[in-house]
Write a protein that binds this ligand. Structure first.
Ligand SMILES: *[C@@H]1O[C@H](CO)[C@@H](O)[C@H](O)[C@H]1NC(C)=O
Ligand SMILES: *[C@@H]1O[C@H](CO)[C@@H](O)[C@H](O)[C@H]1NC(C)=O
Length: 483
């Protein structure tokens, strides 16, 4: 049986391409793709030129998009499709020896022994089963969840490096932030590019969207954009040879437990460090959003979860490993859907730690799931977008998982700071313009500082491949009001 994953899909698409070439010869020339429309990628046989005012830009091997402006950002290194690994994940490393430091008497172990729960774990119970009652309690609970995410699936996040310096250069609306980080005897440099709006920056500097690998959603005027070459920070070609490869591992060693997801998030933290100490870049470090699509959507969520200075988190079509829950994706698979699951993901890539492979066949022992990963973002704002027409994403899982996460924003009194929108009718990582108002509401309110913006946005088309969402089967808590 074929294992269905992104690489498998690309293989099928290549077969389809060979067939469609014949038809393409008979077709009349297609119109140009509109702004934000697809213009290339593996399997794409549509228009490859873009409407005036936009440029066809490679987002990844599977997707090129018409981005506005002549100086559209380009990705520096799209990962090449590779065949599925033939070896199983290497033996798990031991869990990190120490837990994340938090102030006070909060205990934050990396694992909880004896835990077993087929439903989604209750956000409002501490590891020891006592109730979370106040917003102050939530700070400790958040620290506990952070440790669990590191201990079970993401690997340990190192503390701040011993030194960091940055230089900034600008030419017209293009800037480069060259960041040098040193730790122990090693140092690395990476140089993300920034595209600035024209005109004068607001007091405090321009807001910024950091896009993993490339930008695949529309950013309104008045916001700068940065393309983050996260695959240089931690390689993501396959599940074996990419492990421990990339700038992050040049600094912390090939055997660091941090997975690619963690290493990428660490890089976002260093970018924000650099912005904080480089006022000449004219970026407001308190107005930084992070986004990405598909595997990079998983990464964007992890960055928002791990780095509290991320002001707005926007995962796009992140699916399992992102805004979907491991338990729910397994349920979808058990119900006959071909969706990405934990057992698949540890054999597809190095996104998560080797340790996670210990748990993927026994998800009930996980004292967290990705509703709690998302809850690490709360009470900061987050909106995630999902696509019910891309089979490999797990639509019920994302909806159910974000429904569970939403209870945390509710408990903190800010339900309108957490959005979720799920539609079909578009290609993977293509932007559906019907959702631009919801996206812009989040940008307007949280990056552009506009008041009187309604950010209540939580909707699905309920297209779950015939699988039924039964909330009581998964969410067994009532939502408290944390005082
Ligand atoms: C799964 O975890 C439970 C609880 O720790 C344990 O009783 C059970 O044996 C485990 N099952 C497998 C297949 O590892
Ligand atoms: C905000 O938008 C939501 C969703 O469209 C709507 O239900 C709600 O009534 C709006 N709230 C206000 C105050 O307009």
């Amino acid at each position: 049986m074929h294992r269905l994953n992104e690489d498998w899909l690309s293989g099928k698409m290549q077969l389809f391409t060979a067939v469609s070439v014949a038809f393409a010869l008979l077709q009349v020339t297609r119109a140009q793709s509109p702004v934000w429309g697809q213009c290339g990628g593996i399997g794409w046989s549509g228009a490859t030129s873009c409407a005036s005012g936009s440029v066809c830009t490679v987002v990844n091997s599977y997707y090129s998009q018409c981005l506005p402006g002549a100086a559209a950002p380009t990705t520096t290194s799209a990962p090449a499709p590779t065949s599925a690994p033939t070896t199983s994940p290497s033996a798990p490393t031991s869990t990190p020896a120490t837990s994340t430091a938090v102030p006070g008497s909060c205990s934050t172990p990396f694992t909880v022994s004896g835990y077993s729960n087929t439903k989604l774990p209750n956000p409002f119970l501490f590891d020891d089963g006592t109730a979370v009652k106040t917003k102050e309690d939530w700070e400790c609970r958040r620290a506990q969840i952070l440790s669990l995410v590191e201990g079970y699936e993401a690997g340990a996040l190192p503390g701040p490096p011993s030194s960091l310096s940055a230089t900034f250069t600008q030419s017209g609306t293009s800037g480069t932030l060259a960041i040098t980080v040193s730790n122990g005897g090693s140092s690395i440099t990476f140089s993300p590019k920034i595209t600035f709006p024209s005109g004068s920056p607001p007091a405090g500097g321009w807001p910024l969207v950091i896009a993993y690998d490339g930008l695949s959603l529309p950013v309104p005027s008045g916001i700068a954009t940065m393309i983050y070459a996260n695959s240089d920070m931690a390689q993501q070609n396959d599940a074996s040879t990419s492990r421990g490869v990339g700038l992050f591992y040049n600094l912390y060693g090939k055997s660091a437990t941090a997975s690619a997801m963690t290493a990428w998030a660490w890089g976002v933290s260093r970018i924000i460090d650099a912005l904080e100490q480089t006022p000449s870049a004219n970026i407001n470090p308190q107005k930084v959003a992070v986004t990405g699509c598909s595997r990079d959507g998983k990464g964007a969520l992890m960055a928002g979860a791990l780095e509290p200075r991320v002001a707005l988190t926007i995962p796009q079509e992140s699916g399992s490993g992102g805004d979907a829950c491991w338990r729910l994706s397994k349920f979808e698979q058990d119900s006959g859907s071909q969706v990405q699951t934990a057992t698949e993901i540890v054999t597809e890539n190095v996104w998560f730690s080797t340790n996670f492979a210990n748990y993927v066949n026994n998800l009930s022992v996980l004292p967290f799931d990705h509703h709690l990963l998302a809850a690490l973002v709360a009470p900061r704002p987050m909106i995630s977008f999902e696509n019910t027409d891309y089979v490999w994403l797990s639509p019920l899982s994302s909806f159910g998982c974000m429904t569970a996460a939403h209870t945390v924003w509710q408990a903190l009194g800010v339900p309108d700071l957490h959005g979720f929108e799920q539609v079909g009718g578009h290609a993977h990582c293509a932007w559906p313009s019907s959702l631009t108002p919801q996206l812009n509401a989040f940008f307007d309110r949280f990056l552009l500082g506009q008041s009187n913006v309604n950010t209540t946005a939580f909707a699905t088309n309920n297209q779950f491949n015939g699988v039924t969402w039964n909330q009581a089967n998964w969410i067994d808590w009532t939502t408290p009001t944390l005082t």
